[in-house]
Design a protein around this ligand. Sequence first.
Ligand code: G4P
Ligand code: NA
Ligand code: NA
Length: 192
Amino acid sequence: MQLLKQKVLDEGIVLSNQVLKVDSFLNHQMDPVLMKEVGREFTRRFAGEAVNRVLTIESSGIAPGIMTALELEVPMIFARKQKSLTLRDDIFVEKVYSFTKQETNEITVAKKFIQPGDRVLIIDDFLANGEAAFGLARIVEQAGATVAGIGIVIEKAFQPGGRLLKEAGYRVESLVRVAALDDGKVTFADQD
Ligand code: G4P
Ligand code: NA
Ligand code: NA
């Protein structure tokens, strides 16, 4: 997605060879016009997948998630992150380990919002190791629903998440794929 690549080049800050800061349009300040285009692009890519729910995770997945759900005219659910939980039978719970933050969160979704037979499109802002996406997919599967696809705004293609998700059989669509963050510069994986 050309518009998004340009935004990353213009405003992205390479913090290290692992981390890209995009707090001017995605992770702190958000660009609604860009997010509207993101929603349109995911809708175009996943047309034909009969999506009836969008699932994301708080907080930075919510903007691309809601714009995609708006375009698809389906509800959006965001998984909540919690530190530790008392046992409840009305929520799905999965553990998600973050290598970046070196901490485990429990992510939760109320059972009433995902039903058997649903076709759920998972949306997230970043894909690194894939832990969050796998956790969301496990929740969809716990519900007896189907993962219709996984849409990612920025994939760091030098980390293994994208490959692992595809190997697990999921359709992954990343709007930009970053090949490297070396020497303070962003290099993209795809030439288009
Ligand atoms: P993974 O799910 O793919 O395994 O990723 P990881 O645990 O490494 O990511 C932990 C958090 O860091 C996530 O945000 C993720 O979006 C974010 N993240 C990972 N790599 C980058 C990066 O290069 N740049 C930026 N800006 N963020 C990155 P989170 O903790 O869920 O926070 P939130 O922003 O959604 O609230
Ligand atoms: Na994030
Ligand atoms: Na996220």
